[in-house]
Design a protein around this ligand. Structure first.
Ligand code: SF4
Length: 366
C-alpha cells in the first residue's frame, strides 16, 4: 500500500472505485517456502492455548497446497485461482522445516508432541523419505497429522511408525463409492480404504476417520454404508461433519444446480444439517450424526458374529434404521452426547474458560 503502485495494480486486492468492483489478479504463489520467516510464536502464548496447556502439542506445517481436488474442499477453489501460478503443492526443505520446529520447541520446551496441519504428510515421497531420516534424530518427539489412504503402503506405514508417527487422521468421507467418485471426486476403492487403515493399525499407529454426512446423493442407505465402512476399519475416533457447501467450490455449484436450499444461518458443520436434500430428511441426518459412533460399534460387533447370524441381524438392523416409520425425532430428542457438549462450549467460550479454570484449581489441590 505504501508503494507507488496504483491500488488497482496491487495483486490480491479487490477495489471499489466509482461504484465498480475491480478484482485485481492474485499474487503468484510463493514457490520457495524457505524464503518465509518463522511463525511468530510470541503472538499467542502456548501456555494459554488448549494445544499448549492441555495437549502440549506444537502445531506446525511443512507444506502448502494439496495435489488432490475434492469437490467440497477449498483446495479445488484455490487451485483454480492459481492456474497460472506455478506449483500448487510446495514444501519447505526438510532442514529448513526442522530448524523451524526446533525454534518453536526451544521457545516452548514443555511441549511433548508435534502436530502437522498439512493436508497430507507423505504426498511427496522424496521429501517424506528425507524427512523420516532426519526427524527422529533432530526432533525425536511423537507426531501426528493428516493423510490420504492412497499414500499408504507397507513401506510408508513402517516409515511413519519408525520416525515417530503416533496418530493419523484419514478421510473416508462416504462409504458409498458412487458418492465419493461422482460427487466428491475421491477415486479410491473401499478395499484401498480398508487396507490403508489395516496397515496403519497393525503398525501401531492410531487412526481417526473423517466422514461427511448429507453429501449430494446421500440416502439413509448410503449413510449406513459409511457407518459400516467405519466399522470395518475400526478407527479410534470418528469426526463426522454435515456436508457444508463452501462458496466457490464445485460442491456448491452442484448444490445450486440441483436447486437445494442452503441454510445460511448455520455457521459450522457440526451443529445441524446445512443442505436441505430431497433424498434424506434432516431428522434422519441428525439421527445418524448423533448415533454414528454407537451404530459403528454395533455393526462392528454384528460383523464379527458367525457369518449367517451376523448378516441376518445386520439386514434386520438396516431395515429398521431405514424404515419410514422409524421415530428418528424421538431418538434425536433424548440424545445428549459429546457433540452436544462441544456445541454448547463452542457457543459459550466463556463457560469453557471457567470450567478449565475450576479444573486447574481443583487439579492443583489433589
Ligand atoms: S485430500 Fe483433503 S486437503 Fe486435499 S483436496 Fe481432498 S479434502 Fe482437500
Amino acid at each position: 500500500m505504501g508503494s507507488s503502485l496504483r491500488i488497482r495494480e496491487i495483486p490480491n486486492v479487490w477495489v471499489k472505485e466509482g461504484g465498480r468492483i475491480y478484482r485485481n489478479p492474485p499474487r503468484p504463489l510463493i514457490q520457495d517456502l524457505n524464503t518465509l520467516p518463522y511463525p511468530d510464536y510470541e503472538l499467542f502464548n502456548y501456555e494459554d492455548l488448549e494445544e499448549g496447556a492441555v495437549h502440549k502439542i506444537l502445531i506446525t506445517q511443512a507444506s502448502r497446497g494439496c495435489s488432490y481436488s475434492c469437490t467440497y474442499c477449498c483446495n479445488s477453489l484455490l487451485r483454480s485461482l492459481y492456474k497460472e501460478g506455478g506449483k500448487f503443492l510446495r514444501h519447505y526443505s526438510v532442514d529448513r522445516f526442522l530448524d523451524e520446529v526446533e525454534f518453536g520447541l526451544k521457545r516452548y520446551p514443555f511441549l511433548k508432541e508435534v502436530r502437522f496441519s498439512d493436508d497430507t504428510i507423505t504426498q511427496d515421497k522424496g521429501w517424506f523419505g528425507e524427512f523420516t531420516g532426519k526427524y527422529k534424530n533432530r526432533i525425536g518427539l511423537p507426531y501426528s497429522g493428516n493423510e490420504r489412504v492412497e499414500n499408504i503402503d507397507k513401506e510408508t506405514a513402517a516409515a511413519l511408525k519408525e520416525s515417530g508417527c503416533i496418530s493419523l487422521d484419514l478421510g473416508i468421507e462416504s462409504g458409498s463409492r458412487f458418492i465419493r467418485e461422482t460427487y466428491m471426486n475421491r477415486r479410491m476403492s473401499n478395499d484401498k480404504i480398508v487396507e490403508a487403515f489395516r496397515m496403519l493399525n497393525s503398525s501401531g499407529i492410531n487412526t481417526n476417520s473423517f466422514n461427511i454426512l448429507g453429501m449430494v446423493g446421500e440416502t439413509p442407505q448410503t449413510v449406513l454404508e459409511t457407518v459400516k465402512l467405519n466399522a470395518a476399519v475400526r478407527p479410534s475416533v470418528t469426526f463426522n461433519a454435515y456436508f457444508y457447501p463452501f462458496c466457490g467450490t464445485k460442491a456448491r455449484e452442484l448444490v445450486k444446480e440441483r436447486g437445494y436450499r442452503v441454510d445460511a444461518d448455520v455457521k459450522d458443520f457440526f451443529s445441524r444439517p446445512v443442505v436441505d436434500l430431497d433424498t434424506i430428511s434432516a431428522a434422519q441426518l441428525v439421527f445418524f450424526h448423533k448415533y454414528f459412533y454407537l451404530l459403528m460399534k454395533l455393526y462392528g460387533f454384528l460383523e464379527r458374529r458367525p457369518k449367517n447370524a451376523g448378516e441376518k441381524m445386520m439386514k434386520t438392523l438396516d431395515a429398521v434404521l431405514t424404515s419410514r416409520y422409524f421415530p428418528y425425532f424421538l431418538f434425536n430428542f433424548f440424545h445428549f452426547g459429546k457433540d452436544d457438549m462441544i456445541a454448547i462450549l463452542r457457543k459459550y467460550p466463556g463457560l469453557y474458560v471457567r470450567i478449565r479454570k475450576v479444573y486447574r484449581s481443583v487439579r492443583g489441590k489433589i
